[in-house]
Design a protein around this ligand. Structure first.
Ligand SMILES: Cc1cc2nc3c(=O)[nH]c(=O)nc-3n(C[C@H](O)[C@H](O)[C@H](O)COP(=O)(O)OP(=O)(O)OC[C@H]3O[C@@H](n4cnc5c(N)ncnc54)[C@H](O)[C@@H]3O)c2cc1C
Length: 592
């Protein structure tokens, strides 16, 4: 069974050597959140993840959640681990001190999220959904609702959910039918059914706060007629919590994340309160969805990291065959499979993905922090533009490649990887959903090309293009960086051409944008990784002679593997998207 060691050294590298997260201490309210405090906290959480939460991962998968007459029973040990996190203040890292939180910057939550999800994705989801609910209420609800709900979500006494999906409304939320009837006292009665609701019902907290999309009686059709409501599982009456007409009808039996309860939720005249303005629910929900999309990108990274570690452990121990260039360990019956070029190819592909994804996640997160906290309005706008542009890329590229990476890591383990006992197949099963929930990856591609790319006449896109082209220009004369900068420049030039081509073609037919979306998103992802890998190589070169030399050497070597062996994949996406929509759209429907 693979063990997990939190990648604290790499987290420190990404946030404090590649990026300058220390400078966040200049922002109001974050004066104390320097590297030492943040990394000390992460060391403590790493210990809890490694010793308490990861050991619950395989048994949780085996046992799954149970449904018994409307109640959901979580696997053994989950409630105790949840209480440990809540009591240790780990549920309140980014929550405001006014509500009992620690007011730490967002990147602390992101580092914590990666470690929790690597240890046990099913378990972590109960917590990350609560964080998302906190953010949506904090950004959009009235002060009265914030004062009532946020302290309980901060302390972890209550949990949160996101209730969007209905049987007929998945990717197309304009089809939502859940009804909200106004009452004289300003509250609403909600009636309808939501499906696939993660953590919709469970036994870890005394109450669950549902954020629900529904329609008012006068609502226009489509997404412009959707409002957002807070609906608790139990509401307060006479100083006591009483049932509120919210019940769980069933839980799903699934391929993966079996310890995360995926619930059918029935609302039978449940009392709720409007969040934000009537009919503007999608806007409010986007706060939740954007945070959740970034977190799902982290799910892809986190499971790939856990699987990568399992593959490395296996490759060091498994003895098969001899090195092609003569025995490397003649004293052993055979060499460890780590010596074989094909195994090294797989291990380095896993490593180049996880470290690249950690850097892309960090860059996006720092954009969010600027957007929310920077005193300079121009920096706030730039941070918001960059983070909203990169969010669909983080979500889709990191989960498509994350799934591929868990599969590659399983392959390293051969037949043992395929067996349940070894624990690798769970990573593959658990990772598959990340490409689907929180907006399928196809929908993320459409978001990138249809919304983010043209936003503000390309302003968001320039927030990405400018630093990349400036970096290429600045490093043009750097002989040592040539091996990284030249392939980056080539891939970047193609991304620019693809962007121009797409803008032009989309004017002719929107099917062109739809047909190109996934390839464009992947091309974008490869270029973003190439830029970040080149920057990481540069930082590592500057520090190579110092303490920790092996870490920096490995960084440069992984960057080299990335540009030589992985980045060429961008060419296929470039060629595919330029081929246009015709081969798909001219295929007769009846011939499928
Ligand atoms: C385990 C699990 C947990 C979940 N948790 C939650 C939760 O907590 N809260 C919640 O509200 N929902 C949740 N969901 C629902 C999830 O977000 C949806 O399943 C997802 O958004 C896709 O919707 P769908 O399943 O209806 O697929 P559909 O929308 O029916 O899509 C089917 C296929 O068609 C494609 N497609 C659809 N429309 C378009 C289009 N316009 N252009 C191109 N392609 C398109 C999709 O990409 C997909 O490949 C969860 C689902 C699962 C399985």
């Amino acid at each position: 069974m693979p063990t997990y060691k939190a990648p604290l050294r790499d987290l420190r590298f990404v946030y404090y050597e590649l990026f300058d997260a220390e400078s966040l201490t200049a922002l109001p309210g974050m004066e104390d959140a320097g590297e030492d405090l943040v990394m000390t906290a992460m060391e403590e959480l790493a210990r809890i993840c490694e010793e308490v939460i990861q050991p619950l991962n395989a048994p949780g998968d085996e046992e799954g959640c149970r449904f018994d007459q409307g109640k959901v029973i979580s696997p053994k040990g989950f409630k105790e681990a949840y209480d440990l996190l809540a009591q240790g203040g780990w549920t309140s890292l980014i929550c405001h001190p006014d509500y009992g939180g620690q007011g730490l910057p967002h990147h602390v939550d992101i580092m914590a999220g990666e470690m929790l999800c690597s240890s046990n994705l099913s378990f972590a989801m109960y917590q990350t959904l609560t964080s998302g609910a906190y953010l949506a209420i904090d950004h959009h609800a009235s002060q009265e609702l914030k004062d009532y709900y946020l302290p309980k979500l901060t302390s972890g006494e209550w949990a949160g959910t996101m209730c969007l999906t209905e049987p007929q409304a998945g990717s197309d939320l304009g089809l939502v039918r859940m009804k909200a009837e106004p009452r004289e006292d300003g509250s609403y009665l909600l009636t309808g059914t939501k499906i696939f609701i993660s953590a919709g019902e469970h036994d870890m907290t005394e109450n669950i706060v549902h954020l629900v999309l529904a329609r008012l009686p006068d609502a226009p059709a489509g997404t412009r007629g959707i409002s957002l409501f807070i609906v608790p599982k139990r509401r307060e009456e006479g100083g006591k919590l009483v049932p509120n007409g919210v019940t769980c009808g069933a839980i799903e039996h699934k391929m993966g994340i079996k310890a995360s309860a995926t619930c059918v939720m029935n609302f039978d005249g449940a009392v709720g309160h409007l969040v934000g303005e009537p009919h503007k629910g999608m806007r409010a929900m986007f706060t939740f969805m954007n945070a959740a999309r970034l977190h799902v990108g982290i799910h892809g990274l986190a499971l790939a990291e856990a699987a990568r570690q399992g593959a490395v452990q296996f490759a060091r121990e498994r003895l098969q065959g001899r090195s092609l260039t003569g025995a490397k360990y003649p004293e052993l019956e055979a060499d460890p499979i780590l010596v074989h070029p094909d195994v090294r190819r797989m291990l380095l592909a896993c490593r180049a993905f996880t470290e690249g994804a950690r850097a892309l996640t960090a860059w996006t997160t720092l954009g969010i922090i600027d957007a929310e906290h920077h005193p300079d309005p121009e920096r706030r706008q730039a941070g918001d533009d960059l983070a909203s542009l990169l969010t669909p890329v983080v979500k889709a590229f990191q989960t498509d490649l994350g799934f591929e990476t868990t599969n590659t890591a399983l392959q390293v383990c051969g037949g043992y990887g395929f067996t349940r006992d070894y624990g690798m197949e769970q990573f593959v099963r658990d990772c598959r959903i990340t490409q689907i929930y929180e907006g399928t990856n196809g929908i993320q591609g459409l978001d990138l090309v249809g919304r983010k790319m043209p936003a503000n006449f390309g302003r968001s896109l320039r927030r990405f293009f400018h630093p990349v082209s400036e970096f290429i220009a600045a490093e043009a004369g750097n002989e040592r960086m040539k091996e990284f900068v030249e392939p980056l420049a080539k891939a970047f030039e193609r991304l620019q051409r693809a962007t121009g081509w797409l803008a032009e073609q989309s004017l002719k037919s929107r099917d062109e944008a739809g047909a190109a979306a996934t390839d464009y998103l992947h091309l974008f992802g490869w270029v973003a990784f190439a830029y970040l890998w080149a920057r990481m190589a540069k930082v590592a070169m500057e520090k190579e002679g110092q303490e920790d030399a092996l870490f920096y050497q490995a960084k440069i070597a992984t960057a080299r593997f990335f540009v030589q062996r992985m980045l060429p994949r961008h060419s296929a996406h470039f060629a595919a998207l330029l081929a246009g929509a015709a081969s798909m759209m001219e295929f007769p429907d009846e011939a499928f």
